[in-house]
Ligand binder design. Structure first.
Ligand SMILES: Cc1cc2nc3c(=O)[nH]c(=O)nc-3n(C[C@H](O)[C@H](O)[C@H](O)COP(=O)(O)OP(=O)(O)OC[C@H]3O[C@@H](n4cnc5c(N)ncnc54)[C@H](O)[C@@H]3O)c2cc1C
Length: 158
C-alpha cells in the first residue's frame, strides 16, 4: 500500500488523537523476538517484562501471552521478596530463561528452517500430518517448541 504514513496521520487526526502533535518522523520497529539467554532482566529495584525483555515468539511474533506470563512471574517474585524482605535479582531472570527463552531458542532454530526453506517446510507440513499436529499442539499449549524440535528428525527438511 502506498502513502501508508499519510493514512496513519489521517487516522490519528480523525480519531482526535493528534491534537497539538507535530509529526516530525515516523518509523517502524521490529517486534523484539526471541529474548537473549543470560541477559539481566531484573535488578534490586526493577524487573522488565514483555516486549521490553524481548519476549516475542520467534515463529509467530506473538508477544501478548509472554507479556502476561512474564508479568505473572514478576508479580510472584515481588510477592516472595516481600515475604523474605529482599529481592533476589537473579530469580526472575532464571525463571524467564528456563521457561521462555530456552524454548525460544528452539523456536529460533525452527524459524530459520521454516522461513529460509519455506517451500520445503510448506510441503513437509502438507505431507506429514505429525508435523502439522505438533505445531498445532504448540499453539494449544500441549507441546513446547522444545518438544517438537527434538521430535522432528532434521533429515525431513533436506
Ligand atoms: C502490528 C503488530 C501485531 C501484533 N500482533 C500480535 C498478535 O496477533 N498476537 C500477539 O500475541 N502479539 C502480537 N503482537 C505483539 C504484541 O503486541 C506485543 O508483544 C505485546 O503487546 C507486548 O506487550 P507489552 O506490555 O510488553 O508492551 P506494549 O503492549 O508495547 O506496552 C508498553 C506500554 O508502555 C507504554 N510506554 C512506553 N514508554 C513509556 C514511558 N516512557 N512512559 C510511560 N509509558 C510508556 C507504551 O505506550 C505502551 O502502552 C503484535 C505486534 C505488532 C506491532
Amino acid at each position: 500500500m502506498k502513502d501508508l504514513k499519510k493514512y496513519f496521520y489521517t487516522y490519528l487526526i480523525n480519531k482526535g488523537n493528534a491534537d497539538g502533535y507535530i509529526f516530525k518522523t515516523l518509523m517502524g520497529h521490529q517486534i523484539p523476538i526471541g529474548g537473549t539467554r543470560n541477559e539481566i532482566l531484573s535488578t534490586q529495584r526493577a524487573i522488565i517484562v514483555g516486549d521490553a525483555a524481548g519476549l516475542a515468539d520467534p515463529i509467530t511474533g506473538e508477544g501478548i501471552y509472554y507479556g502476561l506470563r512474564s508479568g505473572q512471574f514478576a508479580a510472584e517474585v515481588i510477592q516472595r521478596s516481600f515475604n523474605r524482605g529482599y529481592l533476589d535479582s537473579h530469580e526472575y531472570s532464571k525463571q524467564i530463561n528456563d521457561e521462555i527463552i530456552d524454548d525460544f531458542k528452539c523456536a529460533g532454530y525452527l524459524a530459520k528452517v521454516l522461513y529460509n526453506l519455506s517451500f520445503n517446510s510448506y510441503n513437509l507440513c502438507r505431507k506429514i500430518d505429525k508435523i502439522n499436529e505438533s505445531f498445532l499442539k504448540v499453539v494449544t499449549g500441549e507441546y513446547t517448541y522444545k518438544d517438537i524440535f527434538y521430535r522432528i528428525p532434521i533429515k525431513y527438511f533436506f
